[in-house]
Design a protein around this ligand. Structure first.
Ligand code: BDR
Ligand code: CA
Length: 316
């Protein structure tokens, strides 16, 4: 089965960049991209995305700037993880083309009406643009069959608080709006992405490859690997965003389970947590308002995912 094209929402970001490079190298089709605050401010995310699309040979893909801040909390960015420029302080040249007209949320609405049912919406940053698009057009969810999101943590620790993963934590209200909408949502959580760690052999393969994609990947990885040395043993890093995009191309990299879910909006220590009702039979959603059935990865074929990723990054 051929994968549907995607509309991508991202906060590029080192692992966002790696995700775009791998997805495009392996034949994935990107219709358009929106940037959002998160790893860096949204205009920088858009600029980085344009640069990455140049490396990927996808200069025809439009990029719109999205939300400058979350719906209900101040802007907080993560340059300490992704570098001051969001691309590991690699001092990239300015992109050759400008961003598109209109906002990322408007772009989602426009494309959903132009191509109803035809694309998968993939979010690898905070969910503000998706929430704004839902607020702009109450019919939106009917036009988009599937939404894949890198975000959340269920049975593992968060990465910005004891319980919250960054993409949800950056805008919990937006995340809850997106989960509550009437479309099929898959959350690719830290439970899965923290299993998907690059090995020394993978890193050697990327370092040794001579294509432009691999050279760019190697340059931005250096910073990411150094940052992750604080948290992980050895020189490695998780492939959060690449896993979400890889699942568009190969959904059978994982098995899935569906759980009643809502985002914690009020907890003092738990704001931004993805709370799952693990008590219930997955076939019978909790009746209370706010809970929605969300799909999660159950078993992930980590070896196959890593092999595909390395093949993508080192191709060409
Ligand atoms: C997510 O947060 C960002 O730092 C990464 O780009 C990824 O989307 C991981 O929690
Ligand atoms: Ca991201």
């Amino acid at each position: 089965m051929t994968a549907r094209p995607i509309l991508l929402d991202c906060d590029t970001g080192i692992d966002d960049a790696l995700a775009i490079l791998d997805f495009t190298a392996r034949g994935g089709e990107v219709l358009a991209v929106g940037s959002v605050h998160g790893n860096v401010p949204a205009p920088i995310g858009a600029r980085n995305t344009l640069r990455v699309l140049e490396i990927a040979g996808a200069e025809d893909v439009p990029v719109c700037v999205g939300a400058a801040r979350p719906l209900a909390q101040p802007l907080l960015t993560a340059e300490h993880v992704h570098g001051q420029d969001g691309l590991g302080n690699t001092n990239q040249p300015s992109p050759r083309r400008p961003v598109g007209e209109g906002s990322a949320a408007e772009q989602i609405v426009r494309l959903a009406h132009a191509r109803p049912g035809e694309f998968t919406l993939v979010a690898i940053g905070p969910l503000t643009n998706l929430a704004l698009a839902l607020l702009l057009d109450p019919e939106l969810a009917r036009l988009i069959p599937e939404v894949i999101i890198m975000g959340g943590a269920v049975g593992v620790a968060g990465n910005v608080s004891p319980t919250a993963e960054a993409n949800i934590w950056h805008d919990p209200e937006a995340a809850q709006l997106v989960i509550e909408a009437d479309w099929k949502v898959t959350l690719v959580t830290l439970d899965a992405t923290m299993q998907a760690l690059l090995t020394p052999t993978d890193l050697e393969a990327i370092q040794g490859a001579t294509g432009e994609r691999a050279r760019f990947a190697w340059a931005i990885l250096d910073h990411y690997l150094t940052v992750y040395q604080q948290w992980l043993p050895g020189r490695t890093c998780p492939l959060h965003d690449p896993l979400a995009l890889a699942l568009v191309l190969d959904p059978d990299l994982a098995t899935y389970r569906t759980l009643p879910t809502q985002v914690e909006l009020r907890g003092l220590a738990t704001r931004g947590a993805t709370v799952c009702d693990l008590r219930t039979d997955p076939a019978s959603p909790s009746p209370e308002p706010g809970w929605r059935m969300v799909r999660y990865l159950d078993q992930l074929d980590v070896e196959r995912f890593r092999a595909l990723f390395v093949a993508g990054i080192t191709a060409g």
